[in-house]
Design a protein around this ligand. Structure first.
Ligand code: NDP
Length: 464
């Protein structure tokens, strides 16, 4: 189906995600004239439409204060509210009546995943899905089997080309820039392979702990929360072949090929950690073995990448909040400067945020003076200090227009679960680490032969 959706129905209108992200994105889309004429919020809070509108006003005040009152009020006027339980057929019969003449609605399931099945069934039973698009929020399952089951449920009501699995990370500007930088610069292509690259490291480090998400996080852990989705998808962008054209299909196909080629994780190449004090967090189960840190090694078994180890690390309560990719080049074959080359001298570094976006080119250059002695330097290719754009505006605008480019396909979701599934075990060794460190020392051994982990630096300490 092509064309613009003619109505937008938000299930989960009274929820946290709606308040924090969705209303402000809709406000911006309203400002640019990109919203359908009719919007509905559905929840079971016992609200009237005015209460929904008040929530929208307070959300926009907090999260999009630059939007003027005319835009805010125009958005509020477009919204209707429907109160009802998602497990009750009456809710959907009323919705069908209210949608009236709409022929191509967009349903957004911003609700707990346990309710996806019920909402999907009742939408279909009430003939609401014939031409509809459906957006679902992550998580897309909690392992391979549940992801396959979820896909079966969702694809039972709409076909893949009308299903939009939203992972906001893929709509972030620094992630989009990775794609752009790779394919807009032909100088990278000759060296972007296993002949020149020694290893790849991806670190997603967070200084904060689980805060008010403890109960949610304790069920999930670092592998499911960020590795299976954000970090494996980032790797697929870094490693994919150039798509044959700019269509969503071509782009998604290349990313999926990489996800399918990533080696499934093995127990002896993964280190899990838990920060000291985690068990005392409110909402965490006693004796919980949930990992708040993970470090792992994998590889991509393609002609281009076979033999290049990929190290991924993610954790909470670490020394810094930063996401960084380090593409480490091999050492020159011999030294003609009489100086042995230390490891880690030649690299491309991508800083993906949160407060700055950078691309740095690491090199060695001769120190001034009579001897052939060098020093590490970094050429900063790009720096952007501006605050991060929220990706929901981009993603919801795409879904309204039916553009799937930045949404995850069924094949990609299942391929990524296939990578992590072997290590999703209820029992595993877990090492404590102090808050403010870079995780347990045991993780060092993974990268010892490749010069150790590259730790993202704090701007205050004067990187580059
Ligand atoms: P919340 O628990 O805050 O909100 C859930 C919403 O669903 C509320 O509007 C609630 O209505 C409604 N609801 C729950 N049960 C029923 C029911 N039986 N019938 C009718 N309405 C019901 O969840 P979030 O907003 O935090 O998350 C929504 C989705 O987004 C989840 O899939 C989550 O994983 C995902 N997500 C959330 C993020 C976040 O930062 N919050 C980030 C990324 C993804 P009521 O309030 O009336 O009970």
């Amino acid at each position: 189906m092509t064309g613009v959706s003619d109505a937008f129905v938000l299930f989960g209108a009274s929820g946290d995600l709606a308040e924090k992200k969705i209303f402000s994105a809709l406000g911006r889309l309203e400002a640019s004239g990109a919203l359908p004429p009719r919007l509905f919020g559905v929840a079971k809070s016992g609200w009237q439409v005015e209460q929904l509108r008040d929530r929208i006003r307070s959300s926009l005040k907090a999260h999009a204060p630059d939007l003027g009152a005319p835009v805010v009020e125009a958005l509020c006027r477009k919204f209707d509210y429907l109160d009802g339980d998602y497990r009750d057929e009456k809710t959907f019969k009323t919705l069908a009546t209210q949608l009236g003449q709409s022929v191509a609605p967009l349903f957004y399931l911003a609700i707990p995943p346990s309710l996806f099945g019920s909402v999907a069934d009742l939408l279909k039973k009430n003939h609401l899905t014939q031409n509809a698009r459906l957006i679902v929020e992550k998580p897309f399952g909690r392992d391979l089997a549940s992801a396959i089951e979820l896909n079966r449920t969702l694809l039972g009501i709409v076909p893949e080309e009308r299903l939009f699995r939203i992972d906001h990370y893929l709509g972030k500007d620094p992630v989009l820039n990775l794609v752009y930088f790779r394919f807009a610069n032909s100088f990278l292509e000759p060296v972007w392979n296993n002949r020149y690259i020694d290893n790849i490291q991806i670190t997603m480090s967070e200084k904060f702990g689980v805060a008010d998400r403890a109960a949610f996080y304790d069920e999930v852990g670092a592998v499911r929360d960020v590795v299976q989705n954000h970090l494996l998808h980032t790797l697929s962008i870094l490693a994919m072949e150039p798509p044959i054209n700019a269509t969503a299909e071509a782009n998604r196909e290349e990313k999926t090929k990489i996800l399918k080629a990533i080696s499934p994780l093995v127990e002896n190449r993964i280190v899990r950690g838990q920060y000291q004090g985690y068990l005392a967090e409110k909402g965490v189960r006693p004796h919980s073995a949930t990992e708040t840190f993970v470090a792992l090694e994998t590889s991509i078994e393609t002609w281009r990448w076979s033999g290049v180890p990929v190290f991924i690390r993610a954790g909470k309560c670490l020394a810094i909040t930063a996401t960084e990719i380090m593409v480490q080049f091999k050492k020159p074959p011999i030294s003609v400067t009489h100086e042995p080359f230390p490891p880690g001298a030649n690299y491309i570094r991508f800083r993906l945020g949160p407060d700055r976006v950078e691309i740095g080119l690491g090199a060695r250059a001769k120190r001034p003076g009579p001897t052939m002695v060098g020093q590490p330097i970094e050429l900063l290719v790009m720096r952007n200090q501006a605050g991060e754009e929220e990706p929901y505006e981009l993603l919801l605008g795409d879904a309204i227009r039916g553009d799937q480019n930045l949404f995850t396909s069924q094949e990609a979701v299942e391929a990524a679960w296939r990578v992590v599934d072997p290590i999703l075990k209820p029992e595993h060794p877990i090492y404590e680490y102090p808050a403010g460190s870079m995780g347990p020392g045991e993780a060092e051994a993974l990268v010892a032969q490749h010069g150790g982990w590259h730790n993202p630096k704090d701007p205050a300490s004067g990187t580059s």
